[in-house]
Design a protein around this ligand. Structure first.
Ligand code: SF4
Length: 463
């Protein structure tokens, strides 16, 4: 057996100076030769710890095996047994906390670059696959999916491929949800998303954009319109308020407002000094976007230490390479304005870290007398998200927990209201793209069973 190379095949990346001026994707992908060399590092472990660590149960050693033999079509087929969007998930998953974190090879060197290999197969597949066609056998059953993000998209593909008539509703006029409005193109290039949204349309999924549940559409209306099943997948897109003075100043934006404004509306806020509050991928995305818009000084302010940043290691490394500064163990107390009401900075305080709380992360408490000020002409808050509270009134008969999340069976997505399923961040709170996709697939499988069991087309009221 040849000696295992402890180092993975490196990934080509744009140089930081180039990245600061461009929204082009940071990582450039493996060539076939590089992918084959990296695939050789997989040991095909019988215990398959990488599979168990994937929220979707992706059959990793099987498709890496096919890839290492140059059988790309077979590799793509195996990925699709458990996943829908390999080109997207491979770019956005935190593999270091999932499959690659469990990889046996990682104990002796770099783990197998599973995400990058998946990206290679996903990109190859997007470039070569023929246009999707709806199945010839149609069931005549109608399913409504509310929310066109990763959960709703995955369910729509799965249900359409099973011959059901699928209608996808979303507040936005584009398919993709957070993938469309919240992920910058340097992390997810638009053509990669478009390849998946056009596949949905090729499968005859009917998209209704600009429709908000509770305002333009009621849950009961869907059943009146002869949908036999409804999947709620509206996510958790609403920023949680901080509750500090000055939060409503014009120069203080939520990450949702900032990222969607730049990506969807082409806004270019002119700011020289930018503060971004938060420690997850959204904070990294907002900071890197501000750099690309020309900000001279961008600082990420996070309440805990570097070790506890929730962002992917690649995002943190990219931020540091691009000159983004970090203020660890600091929280905002107030946003400060000049006499014209313009943001001039934030008053912050230091934190002391205590024992790990329920989420497994250190608790942070304010240190008395540690206040300091940071100058800024733009502040972006990326500190937590929740479901749209306006939905509550619309979800009669659907049990919610005390935080406003829908209660659903994790195995099936069924809610307390017959005929209504839910999945993704609307149930779990902000999570991963692959996790949301897996919820969509489980709900789709259960909806399909439910529709098959129904002896005749019927309204949900009698289901
Ligand atoms: Fe391959 Fe790593 Fe999975 Fe083992 S744990 S099968 S080496 S990817």
């Amino acid at each position: 057996m040849p000696k295992l190379n402890p180092r993975r095949v490196p990934f080509r990346r744009l140089q930081p100076a180039e990245r600061r001026r461009s929204f082009e994707e940071i990582e450039q992908g493996y060539s076939l030769e590089e992918a084959l060399a990296e695939a050789e590092r997989c040991l095909r472990c019988p215990a398959r710890p990488c599979v168990s660590a994937c929220p979707a149960g992706n059959l990793i050693p099987d498709w890496i095996g096919a890839l290492s033999e140059g059988r790309l079509e077979e590799a793509a087929r195996i990925i699709h047994l458990r996943s829908v969007f390999p080109a997207i998930c491979s770019r956005l998953c935190d593999q270091s906390q999932q499959c690659e974190g469990a990889c046996v090879v990682g104990k002796r060197g770099d783990p197998v670059a599973i995400g990058r290999l998946e990206r290679f197969v996903g990109d190859w597949e997007q470039a070569t696959r023929p246009r999707a066609r709806p199945p010839e056998r149609r069931t005549g059953r109608r399913v409504a999916i509310v929310g066109a993000g990763p959960c709703g998209m995955a369910a729509a593909v799965s249900l359409a491929e099973r011959g059901h008539e699928v209608h996808l509703f979303d507040e936005l006029s584009a398919i993709g949800g957070v993938l469309a409005w919240g992920i910058p193109t340097f992390r997810l290039p638009e053509p990669v998303l478009w390849a998946e949204t056009s596949r949905l349309l090729d499968l005859s999924v009917v998209f209704h954009g600009g429709v908000r549940l509770g305002a333009d559409l009621g849950l009961d209306d869907l059943f009146m319109r002869d949908f036999q099943a409804v999947l709620l997948a509206t996510g958790a897109p609403v920023p949680s308020p901080l509750g500090v003075p000055g939060e409503d100043l014009p120069g203080v934006l939520s990450s949702t407002e900032f990222l969607a404004g730049v990506k969807l509306r082409g806004e270019r806020p002119a700011a020289r000094r930018v503060l971004v509050f938060g420690g997850g991928n959204t904070a990294m995305d907002a900071a890197a976007t501000a750099v690309r818009l020309g900000a001279e000084q961008v600082t990420i302010v996070y309440r805990r230490s570097r070790a506890e940043l929730r962002a992917r290691p690649e995002e943190i490394r990219s931020a540091e390479e691009e000159g983004i500064a970090f203020e660890f163990q600091a929280v905002p107390l107030a946003f400060l304005a000049d006499e014209h009401g313009r943001l001039v900075g934030a008053r912050c305080a230091r934190t002391a870290l205590g024992p790990r709380g329920a989420e497994g992360r250190a608790t942070a408490r304010l240190l008395a007398g540690s206040e300091f000020e940071l100058p800024a002409d733009l502040a972006v808050l990326a500190l937590g998200f929740r479901p749209d509270p306006r939905l509550r009134a619309e979800l009669r008969g659907v049990q919610l927990d005390e935080r406003g999340y829908v209660v659903a069976d994790p195995a099936t997505g069924r809610t307390s209201r017959p005929g209504v399923w839910a999945g993704g961040d609307l149930v779990t709170g902000p999570s991963t793209v692959v996790g949301a996709m897996a919820w969509g697939l489980r709900a789709a499988a259960d909806i399909d069973r439910f529709l098959a069991e129904a002896s005749r087309p019927q309204s949900v009221a009698s289901a």
